[in-house]
Design a protein around this ligand. Structure first.
Ligand SMILES: NC(=O)C1=CN([C@@H]2O[C@H](COP(=O)(O)OP(=O)(O)OC[C@H]3O[C@@H](n4cnc5c(N)ncnc54)[C@H](O)[C@@H]3O)[C@@H](O)[C@H]2O)[C@@H](O)CC1
Ligand SMILES: Nc1ncnc2c1ncn2[C@@H]1O[C@H](COP(=O)(O)OP(=O)(O)O)[C@@H](O)[C@H]1O
Ligand SMILES: [K+]
Length: 463
């Protein structure tokens, strides 16, 4: 499940050091970055007049290289700098620009604005007047580009440290950074392009990429393709959504246990009323079960706690969501079996792991390591973290997903993929991607059931 690597500011510096150690000087990297960014800007804006805003560090140095490259292609370019250049490479790039440099606070507007004020070295928000001017110039430009990162965003968390405008294109240099995929920063540009500057990148954090799925074999049968159980309770609808999603996930068979009578709605799902905890236990004794999902439709009253307590030690691979997470939040995370998949939204996450600090990625990894399970911390930027440190971040999810029941669909889908693959991290990645793809196909104003209807097409697109 590897996509484009994502590096924190510290990991980026490490990668950069490795390049220096191989004999390539810092200025060479700056030239590569500037050349690559200028190419992207040229393709988008051609010869329209441009203003490059250069900061004091190496991000500003990239800006001077970009200005020189664009000028050599005949673009009318102006440069405005925020004070002196403070690094050796930035000074070298500035000297090579060999053109006028306007003071930042006096620069007038341009058709194209290139923000090279601050990148990964930003340590605090921009001064208010600087931020305001950046917003004003960017807002008035027809074409706008953020070099590496929009100035004012925190590289590792995606938080906005000062006012930041919306950009047309963000040009990530060398690798993606967490701010390119985590909100609110990830919502600040229409297009993200990663420019290769020859940096070898580590492979622990990735942008979620489309999965490679496999078809059933001629020798397969319903049990070999994976038997899923949904242990619900008093809220039949949510459990049904999870069960129907599991049934359209590629798994071979789905059973739905409720505490209610007459909860069936899809003929392919075998629905049973399990009145007491002993009936749940008897059901879970089936050795053929390949995944069990508990939480959607479980409820929190009645015998919900006992049902959950029956599921936790059952020995089958688990997906824990919704009410199961809320109940565990009160009771502590200790009982969670290693290797499970947890799919909390921020509220459920806070109840279980509220003490964890840092970026959304750090918190998801911390939780995964604490419970030795795969954690899918959901939202517009869903973070999938494994206990061994692997992380995938999904971006671009349809905001129409913010409707009731879509989380239940994800839980059922994750259980289905877990039953098919037997690999919790892979299953979670596949489920999040398929969920996003089904939402894209469902278009506008869909409800959770519409999402389920799109799952076969989403799966079909990845075979
Ligand atoms: N890491 C790499 O491999 C490469 C990095 N490059 C560029 O270098 C950038 C990082 O450069 P730097 O580390 O020099 O950092 P930046 O250029 O992002 O800014 C750091 C400078 O700004 C000052 N500063 C930080 N926050 C400030 C604020 N709010 N107000 C005023 N001053 C502030 C710092 O004291 C420092 O002087 C990257 O984003 C990228 O654009 C590229 O040149 C090529 C390769
Ligand atoms: N604004 C949004 N943009 C993209 N995806 C979203 C947004 N809000 C929620 N989602 C996704 O929708 C699903 C909602 O899950 P959840 O909050 O558990 O809902 P429910 O409990 O109603 O099923 C998650 O997969 C989440 O990632
Ligand atoms: K920038």
């Amino acid at each position: 499940m590897t996509g484009t690597p994502i590096l924190t500011a510290a990991q980026m510096r490490e990668a950069e050091q490795a390049v220096f150690a191989s004999g390539i000087p810092e200025y060479e990297l700056m030239e590569r970055a500037g050349v690559a960014a200028a190419e992207i800007i040229w393709r988008a804006g051609a010869k329209r007049d441009a203003l490059v805003l250069c900061g004091p560090g190496n991000n500003g140095g990239d800006g001077f290289v970009i200005a020189r490259q664009l000028r050599s292609r005949g673009v009318p370019v102006r440069v405005a700098a925020l004070g002196e250049s403070r690094t050796e490479s930035a000074r070298k790039a500035r000297a090579a620009w060999n053109g006028p440099v306007e003071p930042f606070d006096q620069a007038g507007p341009a058709t194209q604005i290139i923000d090279a004020l601050f990148g990964t070295g930003l340590s605090r928000g921009l001064d208010a007047v600087v931020a305001e001017r950046l917003c004003d110039l960017t807002g008035r430009a027809a074409f706008s580009y953020a070099v590496d990162l929009p100035s004012g965003v925190d590289t590792d968390s995606g938080a906005l440290l000062s006012a930041v405008p919306d950009f047309g294109i963000c040009i990530a240099l060398g690798a993606l950074k967490p701010a390119h995929v985590l909100h609110p920063a990830a919502g600040l540009y229409r297009r993200l392009v990663c420019a290769d500057i020859g940096i070898a990148t580590s492979d622990t954090i990735h942008h979620l990429s489309p999965p490679h799925l496999v078809r059933p074999l001629a020798s397969d049968h319903k049990y070999s393709r994976g038997l899923v159980a949904v242990v619900g309770g008093e809220m039949a609808g949510a459990g049904r959504l999870a069960a129907h999603a599991a049934a359209r996930s590629g798994a071979g068979m789905v059973r739905h246990l409720t505490s209610l009578d007459g909860a069936a709605a899809l003929d392919a799902v075998i629905t049973r009323q399990a009145r007491g905890v002993d009936e749940v236990k008897a059901y879970l004794a089936d050795r053929r079960l390949a995944a069990v999902v508990v939480g959607p439709g479980l409820g929190r009253g009645g015998d919900a706690r006992d049902r959950l307590a029956a599921v936790l030690p059952c020995g089958h691979p688990l997906v824990l969501d919704a009410d199961a997470l809320t109940l565990l939040g009160g009771a502590g995370a200790e009982g969670i079996p290693h290797g499970s998949i947890l799919t909390p939204h921020e509220g459920e996450f806070a109840a279980l792991f509220g003490d964890l600090q840092g970026s959304k990625i750090n918190r998801a990894v911390g939780a995964a390591q604490r419970v030795s399970a795969v954690v899918v911390l959901k939202g517009a930027d869903s973070v999938i973290a494994a206990p061994d440190g692997r992380v995938a971040v999904a971006t671009g999810a349809s905001p129409w997903l913010s409707t009731a029941g879509t989380g239940d669909v994800l839980a059922g889908l994750a259980a289905g993929r877990l039953a098919v693959t037997g690999d919790p991290f892979r299953a979670a990645c596949e489920a999040v991607w398929l969920h996003g793809e089904a939402a894209r196909r469902a278009g506008a104003a869909f409800v959770a059931g519409d999402l389920i209807a799109q799952l076969p097409a989403a799966i079909g697109s990845r075979l």
